[in-house]
Design a protein around this ligand. Structure first.
Ligand code: ADP
Ligand code: ZN
Ligand code: ZN
Length: 813
């Protein structure tokens, strides 16, 4: 090899656990930057890999050379390499695929380069000896500049990337990066300022004079604003500018999701608790890793704390990452952050188009965006130097990614902060058991906000025992007299009502009235739900649907009873009960179309909605100021799930929904209907008392050695053939037990539970089994799974049976 050979560490985007070393020589040497992709030979294939950094070749082995460098600019900073490695190791996922999952799809920087032929290139086209492809490329470019991806399309051939590198080196072509994808164009608005004030105004028309009068007061104003006073302003300002009376400037403006432009806001004066929280955090700025749990009741102004900390971090020249559990909430927080910080804010979520996502990613890489807000996958935002990571509503289970790379973004926020030596703030009104436990063991520092802002009161919560209306008929059963009269009063006062029912569709339990058979999914072991609006029975696990006119599979009867209450049925009931009220529904069925969430929120904001019916979507962090009554139709739905976190989830959900009431100037109240009024989850939610819930729940966890007193890994086994899957599950269980017996001393604290059939025995045609591994010692648990994987390699790479490793599982069913 020549002296110009370099060695690089590459993570290959294939299911392999380690990275590989490749050699690279001219013309690639100067292009080797961590974070770029390369094309590399792997066995007999050519595959994509990610450069992690320089490597060495101590034994002077013959190493394979890379074939190409695929990116002009790196896709992630080298500081993220240890993060990716940690994830691969902890979540037992192939390192190259970790990176692939972390990068947003469609991120192909190379394709966005616009290529232009130079003069030199033009003459080269005539004079130099060229390959056939080279000729085609140059010919195509003679017609004008062309995007990289279009170029291949137009000549209908793959273009070797080394060819373009060489062209560029020879000075035949230039490349320019077209960064703005479709739909990302900045919105500009015209602003005017007073110009030369010595010019005479008395000869001007009345409207012109009026414009100048406004300017004398306002100094600077948007043209759209002047139009409110002078409708013809748009046509008049141009001539006024030419004559020197005023100046016009185009400025970038942001619009909130409601289409109104966002006015810059000024930070409000913090109350004492908020102030204390901000100053506590800021003490640790630039002092290395420090984790906080911001435990603040609903409406206590946590967002304001985040923003003021963010402002301090930005002043120190470091960056801010904010995670929010779902897209609907991103819009709300984005609006607040934009009003405060303007241009430097970017958002990352799956609702963006490829071009938009690419644009945002690049803005972060180039240091233009210094604040990023996003859903769980934003934990991979390519910041080089974070000052703070904020995780809002940290208890929310949507931070857990299921399928593919199974990670928990909340936990990763802590890991990334540790590696990045920065601050992390987990915020919630209902912290997870895990996070609060970390406070009690001094791993996290607690910041408490115990009061709502502006001396607003927490809502008054009344419990209504549903057992007393068990025999009531129809509507009365779920809209109890207490709830009904409270609704009536609220509506009469012109205020809004929120009704929470955590089940969508019309009827969740359709049953044949002739033979009693439930309508079930063909592919899953689950009842179908009737969706009356779309006239189908639908499976909520696999999406299977059948006509609403279907008859019973067993006896053929068409007389199906629609038991089980869903949000659709509730909406219908309300229409008959409150015929004057304007009712809207917010659940997964009404929010699939782009913009539909905004429309629903707008209805509340503009007071064109009186009653909002919704599932857990309405529970999450929204700030609806006119809702003064929240009705929880049935608090028990999630309580009976066969999952040790059922109580935790129920408490969180109820306390959060209740927290939507009374966030404006008027006090709020909540009617909580339940079959279990004595249950401690219910009474703790009623008192908005996280601490008392925590005390009871933690002793139960400790008694059974559940997390946070232990760690778990679940092996999720699934296959299409029921016998084969079961047999395989038992085989894998035997391997686990054997391994434990051999190393009995080492794995003493490790418990192997199962294999057992999953509670949801079949989903989408796959039979499901599971093995739960539990240990008080994380190290031992991870060692065990590594050993199991290497010793029973074939079990994890079976052709027909899938074994997914779920580290720190959240959904155990
Ligand atoms: P949380 O997330 O804790 O439930 P929010 O951050 O949504 O609460 O704040 C509730 C409301 O209080 C928001 O409308 C916010 O603008 C307002 N707010 C926050 N801090 C202050 C303050 N110091 N003074 C006045 N209003 C505030
Ligand atoms: Zn039947
Ligand atoms: Zn199904």
């Amino acid at each position: 090899m020549t002296s110009d050979t370099r060695y690089i560490e590459v993570a290959i985007a294939l299911p392999v656990d380690r990275t590989f070393t490749y050699s690279a020589s001219e013309p690639f040497v100067e292009l080797l930057v961590p974070g770029k992709r390369v094309l590399a030979p792997f066995g007999r294939r050519r595959v994509t890999g990610y450069i992690f950094g320089q490597s060495r070749n101590p034994d002077n082995k013959e190493l394979k050379p890379i074939l190409d460098v695929l990116d002009e600019q790196p896709l992630f900073p080298s500081t993220m390499v240890p993060f990716f490695k940690w994830i691969a190791d902890y979540y037992k996922y192939p390192i190259g695929e970790v990176v692939k999952n972390a990068l947003p799809g469609g991120l192909n920087i190379y394709d966005y380069a616009s290529i232009t032929l130079t003069e030199k290139g033009r003459s080269a086209h005539k004079s130099e000896p060229l390959s056939a492809v080279a000729k085609l490329v140059l010919q195509q470019l003679l017609a004008g500049p062309c995007l990289r991806n279009k170029l291949s399309q137009n000549i209908d051939q793959k273009i070797p990337k080394a060819l373009l590198h060489n062209f560029e080196k020879n000075g035949w072509i230039t490349r320019k990066w077209e960064l703005s994808g479709p739909g990302t164009k900045a919105r500009l608005e015209r602003f005017v300022r007073l110009g030369d004030t010595s010019l005479p105004v008395d000869r001007l028309s009345k409207p012109r004079q009026k414009i100048l009068d406004i300017l004398k007061i306002e100094q600077e104003i948007a043209v759209s604003k002047i139009k409110e006073a002078v409708p013809t302003a748009a046509a008049l300002i141009k001539p006024l500018e030419s004559a020197g009376y005023l100046t016009i400037e185009h400025r970038r403006v942001y619009r909130d999701p409601f289409g109104e432009s966002i006015k810059p806001d000024i930070a409000p004066i913090l109350n004492r608790e908020q102030q204390h929280a901000v100053s506590q955090v800021c003490k640790y700025l630039n002092q290395g890793y420090h984790p906080f749990l911001l435990n603040g009741v609903t409406g206590s102004g946590k967002t304001e704390v985040y923003m003021q900390v963010a402002a301090e971090v930005l002043k120190k020249g470091r960056f801010v990452l904010v995670l929010v559990p779902e897209i609907a909430l991103i819009t709300q927080i984005e609006r607040q952050f934009r009003a405060r910080f303007g241009e430097c804010v970017c958002v990352l979520h799956s609702g963006l188009s490829t071009g938009e996502r690419y644009d945002q990613w690049t803005r972060i890489m180039q240091g233009e965006a210094t604040v990023a807000i996003g859903a769980r996958s934003a934990i991979f935002a390519p910041f080089e130097n974070l000052g703070v990571i904020i995780v809002d509503e940290e208890h929310d289970s949507s931070y857990k990614q299921e399928g593919k790379l199974r990670y928990n973004a909340r936990d990763l926020a802590v890991v990334r902060a540790k590696q990045n030596e920065c601050i992390v703030i987990l915020g919630s009104a209902t912290p997870s058991m895990q996070s609060y436990y970390n406070v009690t063991t001094s791993k996290f520092t607690e910041l408490a906000l115990t009061k709502r802002v502006e001396e607003r009161h927490l809502p008054d919560i009344r419990i209504v025992d549903l057992r007393q209306s068990r025999d009531a008929r129809g509507i009365q059963r779920f809209i109890t007299p207490e709830l009904q009269s409270a609704m009536k009063e609220t509506l009469e006062r012109g205020e809004q009502v929120l009704l929470f029912l955590n089940r969508r569709g019309y009827a969740s339990f359709p049953v044949c009235s002739a033979c009693g058979q439930a309508m079930r999914c063909k592919h899953c072991d689950i009842s179908l739900t009737l969706h009356q609006r779309s006239n189908v029975y639908r499976c909520h696990y696999c999406g299977y649907s059948r006509a609403a006119t279907s008859s019973c599979d067993i006896c053929g009867s068409t007389n199906i009873k629609h038991l089980g209450l869903g949000t659709e049925k509730l909406e219908d009931m309300l229409t008959s009960l409150f015929s004057q009220a304007r009712i809207a529904r917010m659940d997964r069925d009404t929010t699939t179309r782009k913009g539909s969430i905004i429309k629903l929120l707008k209805g509340l904001k503009n007071k064109t909605t009186d009653i909002l019916v919704g599932t857990q979507m309405v529970a999450k962090g929204h700030d609806f100021p006119y809702i003064t009554l929240v009705g929880i139709i049935c608090a028990d739905l999630s309580l009976s799930f066969p999952d040790f976190r059922a109580g935790e989830r129920t408490f969180q959900l109820l306390a959060q929904v209740a927290g939507r009431a009374g966030r404006g100037d008027r006090p709020g109240r909540v009617i909580l209907q339940t079959y279990n009024p004595e249950h401690f989850c219910i009474s703790a939610a009623r008192n908005q008392d996280f601490k008392s819930f925590y005390q009871q729940e933690i002793s139960f966890r400790q008694a059974l050695a559940y997390p946070p007193f232990s760690r778990m890994i679940q092996l999720k086994i699934s296959g299409k053939d029921p016998q084969e899957t079961e047999k395989f599950a038992h085989l894998l269980g035997d391997h686990c037990r054997k391994l434990k017996t051999i190393h009995a001393a080492h794995y003493q604290s490790l418990e192997i539970m199962g294999p057992v059939e999953a509670s949801l025995t079949r989903i989408a045609g796959r039979y499901r089994w599971q093995i739960l591994l539990k240990a008080s010692n994380t190290g031992a648990l991870h060692q065990f799974i590594n050993q199991l994987r290497s010793e029973s390699h074939s079990d994890f790479n079976h052709r027909r049976i899938l074994v997914a490793i779920d580290v720190d599982p959240v959904f155990l069913m």
